[in-house]
Ligand binder design. Structure first.
Ligand SMILES: *Cc1c(COP(=O)(O)O)cnc(C)c1O
Length: 315
């Protein structure tokens, strides 16, 4: 087992401590045995607010707070909205979270429970996003769920923490929605000069905006998200993610919903942690054997987590 230590975090400076925690990097005995390579799990399901999002959101909110912005505005009925509410409360700053009508009442409750104001608007994330932008004055900071370099700086701490354990993985596997996590991990990998580490971006069919952009040769806007992995349901991949997708070290894999859900189910059984299908998409890379032909000795799967899951949904 690789024991995580506190990451030095040279990139993150500022007067406030980060809101995220250094998460454990655990070797999975079961996955290592079944796959024939060492499989490490970066357990961001354990983050406060339930997902990796607090890394980037916490960093971005802290920076905007230092700049004197008076209010945070976000559009997300999911983990990004909750992370903004969580950070805003701890920065003693007002937050307005615009959520689409499809948002579950449990998610609205969780966001409001952190003290944020919830505005229900639009049928899709994109409509909520457009409305949220219209509410944003120069005094406010709009906290984008995936397309902001400040966010990527925060997400990059995942790689700093892996590096601090001494492990240099052959591959890092992660889920892709709008590509914020991908942008952060690619930044971290470049910063560590891990020139031989591959990055696998996993999407589910029906929430595969990056794979579609790669096929089309330009960013595409998806009209509808048809996957159950709603946290991957960004309607487009950001420019930076599209640029990363052209790098030689990047591979895109799209899995059907069943593979993502099954991976989440097997992960619950073996590791006793419930994660969203969005995170299951990353786990499916190993559970469904998609990495078999690469001859990797070690891979890290980012267990990105997500609060939009109940045990009852999985069992
Ligand atoms: C936001 C999110 C993703 C996708 O992240 P992007 O930065 O949008 O690519 C994946 N899984 C979970 C659980 C998320 O909350």
């Amino acid at each position: 087992m690789v024991t995580p230590r506190r990451a030095p975090d040279a990139s993150i400076s500022g007067t406030s401590p980060a809101f995220h925690i250094d998460t454990p990097l655990l070797e999975s005995t079961s996955l290592s045995k079944s796959s024939g390579m060492r499989v490490f799990l970066k357990m961001d399901a354990l983050q406060p607010a339930g997902s990796f999002k607090i890394r980037g959101v916490g960093y971005a909110c802290t920076q905007y707070h230092h700049q004197g912005r008076k209010r945070f505005i976000a559009a997300s009925g999911g983990n990004a909205g909750l992370a903004v509410a969580y950070a805003a409360k701890r920065l003693d700053t007002e937050a307005v979270i615009v959520v689409p009508k499809t948002t579950k009442s449990s998610a609205i409750f969780a966001i409001a429970n952190e003290g944020a104001k919830v505005v229900v608007h639009g049928d899709t994330w994109f409509e909520a996003h457009v409305h949220a932008l219209s509410l944003t004055t120069p005094e406010d900071a709009y906290i984008h769920p995936f397309d902001d370099p400040l966010l990527w700086q925060g997400h990059a701490t995942i790689v700093d923490e892996i590096a601090a354990t001494g492990l240099v993985p052959d591959a890092i596997v992660l889920a892709v929605g709008g590509g914020g996590l991908l942008s952060g991990v690619a930044l971290g990998v470049a910063r560590q000069h891990w020139n031989t580490t591959a990055i696998f971006g996993m999407e589910t069919a029906g929430a595969d905006c990056l794979a579609r952009a790669m096929r089309a040769g330009h960013i595409v806007q998806m009209d509808a998200i048809t996957s159950v992995a709603t946290s991957l349901g960004a309607s487009y991949a950001c420019d930076n993610a599209f640029a990363i997708s052209k790098q030689a070290n990047f591979k895109s894999i799209v899995v059907p919903d069943e593979e993502a859900v099954n991976a989440g189910r097997q992960f619950l059984r073996q590791h006793r942690v419930a994660v969203e299908p969005a995170c299951g998409a990353a786990l499916a890379a190993v559970y469904s054997g998609h990495l078999e032909d690469y001859g990797f000795e070690s891979v890290v799967v980012i267990v990105c987590g997500g609060v939009g899951i109940r045990i009852e949904d999985l069992v």
